[in-house]
Ligand binder design. Structure first.
Ligand code: FES
Length: 93
């Protein structure tokens, strides 16, 4: 899981998230988007019009291509959300 992270960086404590019912690990201080990408989730939603797969584009809160459901709250920008232990994430697969 950690192969997309830079190994030499000292990280804070691990947290556990649930993504569509599957547990993944992340580190305190990471954005949810970083945690999802490191765990291999590139597709985060589907186009509301033609249902094409969509994924993060800007990584800084502008494009809204990274929206997911966090603890039951839909349309949450994962790039602007810091991970917390036991977060429940739903993405469109
Ligand atoms: S990646 Fe663009 S708003 Fe999150």
């Amino acid at each position: 899981m950690d192969d997309l992270r830079i190994g030499s960086i000292k990280r804070k404590d691990k947290v556990t998230l649930s993504v569509n019912g599957k547990k993944i690990e992340a580190y305190q201080g990471e954005t949810l988007l970083a945690a999802l990408l490191a765990a291999g989730y590139k597709q985060l939603k589907r186009s509301p019009i033609n249902h094409d797969p969509r994924g993060a584009l800007c990584g800084m809160g502008v494009c809204f291509e990274c929206i997911v459901t966090v603890n039951g709250i839909p349309n949450t920008r994962s790039c602007m959300t810091e991970v917390e232990n036991n977060m429940e994430i739903k993405i469109d697969e």
